[in-house]
Design a protein around this ligand. Structure first.
Ligand code: AMP
Ligand code: TRP
Length: 336
């Protein structure tokens, strides 16, 4: 059986990076109907850095609303928030006792996020990728659609699955495969083409939020960093121009074209026309999603109901899988 599992953190506004790198691909995969799909708002991952409880609750609803507004259909797949299913954290503990310090020490995202003051990072931030492996494997997930930045974490998930199987002499967990899809697997900041566009960047001008209105989107694109040269006519001409490469990639992804197609239309021209066309397509794609998010946000009861139902469907799958793990590792369960 092919089962997709993916997750997204409720830590700030959803960005165009989340949409192009992840959510849009999830919708397409769900519509293919060849997978069983499970999508999770990972609130337990969010608390690896400090969160205001009321803001976290609200962000969890908002991210779920963003997924539904983008086309995730809770009738076709399971949509829930992580903390509703204790089995994922239960499995994470077992995996903490399978994964090795050396493997976690290699994780580049921890190094970036912990920064210079590593001693002050939470232990949760350090074992974050172990919980991610448990998220996927509590459902025996086989395919994991994510943006490029999650590649290393997924390799770790595969290592953990393999190490568990060999430690206990079983063929229990599949080795989950990454699905890194589309023309914009790594959308960069509008202010600095070497930095990932991120929900947590202090500058709102660095990102396009899925709830930004048309004027805000146009203004952010107008101010996006470029350089004085015209657009090149070939992809090779993007070398050493990270900001330009990023905008061309985003335009290609939003308009379902290749970067070559985009450059054959805009090559040799200045950025004025290109930025105008980019704003138009961004507003066309994000406008209706943002409007639907606002509509859903006005009805938190609906979103909460979707998450509650998704949570109980998810537990029904994860429960027996994690129970089998408990038996395998030798935990006594006197009541069955
Ligand atoms: P996060 O916001 O870190 O929880 O990420 C949720 C999903 O969005 C993951 O699959 C990420 O890889 C993807 N994602 C986040 N930011 C970007 C970006 N700038 N470009 C492409 N994908 C991204
Ligand atoms: N670490 C992922 C991110 O920040 C979110 C995530 C948590 C996830 N658990 C997952 C993604 C399981 C895929 C599968 O983007």
């Amino acid at each position: 059986m092919k089962r997709i599992f993916s997750g997204i953190q409720p830590s700030g506004n959803l960005t165009l990076g989340n949409y192009l790198g992840a959510i849009r691909n999830w919708v397409a995969l769900q519509q293919e109907r060849s997978y069983d799909c499970i999508f999770c708002v990972v609130d337990q991952h969010a608390i690896t850095v400090p969160q205001d409880p009321a803001v976290l609750r609200q962000a969890t609803r908002e991210v779920a609303a963003g997924m539904i507004a983008s086309g995730i259909d809770p009738g076709d797949c399971i949509l829930f928030n992580q903390s509703q299913v204790p089995e994922q954290a239960m499995l994470a503990w077992v995996f903490n006792c399978v994964a090795r310090l050396g493997w976690l020490n290699r994780m580049t995202q921890f190094k970036e996020r912990a920064g210079k003051n590593r001693d002050n990072a939470t232990v949760g931030l350090y074992v974050y990728p172990v919980l991610m492996a448990a998220d996927i494997l509590a459902y025996k997930g086989t395919h994991v659609p994510v943006g490029d930045d999650q590649k290393q974490h997924l390799e770790l998930s595969r290592d953990i699955a393999q190490a568990y199987n060999s430690m206990f002499g079983v063929d229990f967990f599949p080795l989950p495969e990454p699905q890194i899809l589309g023309a914009a697997t790594r959308v960069m900041s509008l202010r600095d083409g070497t930095k990932k566009m991120s929900k947590s960047d202090p500058s709102d001008m660095s990102r396009i939020n899925m709830t930004d209105d048309a004027d805000t989107i146009a203004q952010k694109i107008r101010r996006a960093k470029t350089d004085p040269e015209p657009l090149p006519s070939e992809v090779a001409g993007l070398e050493g121009r990270p900001e330009v490469r990023n905008l061309v990639g985003v335009y290609a992804a939003l308009s379902d074209q290749s970067m070559d197609d985009v450059l054959s239309e805009f090559g040799g021209k200045g950025f004025g026309d290109f930025k105008k066309a980019l704003s138009e397509v961004a507003v066309d794609v994000l406008g209706p999603i943002g409007a639907e998010m606002k509509r859903l946000s006005a009805d938190p009861g609906y979103v909460d109901g979707v998450l509650a139902k998704g949570g109980s469907r998810a537990r029904a799958i994860a429960g027996p899988i994690v129970a089998e793990v408990y038996d395998t590792v030798g935990f006594l369960r006197p009541n069955g």
